[in-house]
Design a protein around this ligand. Sequence first.
Ligand code: PGA
Length: 249
Amino acid sequence: MKKIVAGNWKMNLNHKDAVQLVDQLLSGVGSVSGVELIIAPPALYLAEFSSRLNSNAGIKLAAQNVYHRESGAFTGEISAGMLASIGLEYCIIGHSERRQFFGETDESVALKVTALLSHGIKPIICVGEQLDERYASKHFEVVKTQVTAAIESLAPESSKQILIAYEPVWAIGTGQTATPEQAQEMHAYIRTLLTDKFGTAANEIPILYGGSCNAQNAKELFALADVNGGLVGGASLKSADFLTIANSF
Ligand code: PGA
C-alpha cells in the first residue's frame, strides 16, 4: 500500500511565501522516503510549481478543486483538462469547506470524480461528518452516503486511481483530532464500503486521515491499520512540521 502525505494549503500564502515554502520543502524532501509527498497550493501557483517540481523533485502537486465541464462559459472555473495540461497528478475534491461555503454536493463530487479520471488525474475524495451528526450517531450513515455517491458509477479499474480522505468536520482546523479509535473505526468502515464496490482491490486504495493532523500526533495516526496517510491543512504550511509528518510512518 502506497503511503501518502498531502498538504492542503487552502487559501493561504501570497506568491512570495508560497515560493519560499516550496524552496524549503525541496531542500528537505531528501529526508523523506517511502512516502508520496503531495502539496495542494492555490490554483494560481500550480502551473509555475508544476514546471519547478519535475518528476524527480519528490513532491507531487494537487489542485484543491476542479469544475466538471470540459470548457466553455463558466467564468472563474478550471477544468480537469486544464489541470492535466500542466501535468497535475492529483486533485482534492469534496472538501468540507467546499461543501459548506461553495455548495459542493455529493452529486457535484461524483461529476468531478468522473471528469478527473477521464483526464488521468487522481481524485482525493474528501468525506466526513459534522459534529452534530456524530453526536446523533449518524456518522457512519453520513460517510456511507458520501462515499457511495462518489464511487458508485465508477468502473472496476478506477480503484487504482482514487484516494479517500476521511476528515471529520469537527476536527478540521480545531486542534481536536479524532482519537485513534475513532479514526481507525471509520477508516475500516470506509474500507468495507470500498470492498463492496471494488472487491479485494479496495485494499490498495489509500484512505487518508485529515483534521488537525500534526507533527505530534501523526505517528500514532499513521500506525493505524487502515490509515494510509494524511491530508494536512494548517501543519502543511510549515515545512519542518510537514516533513516531520511525512517521516511519521
Ligand atoms: P487541518 O485541515 O489539518 O488544518 O485541520 C485539514 C484539511 O482541511 O484538509
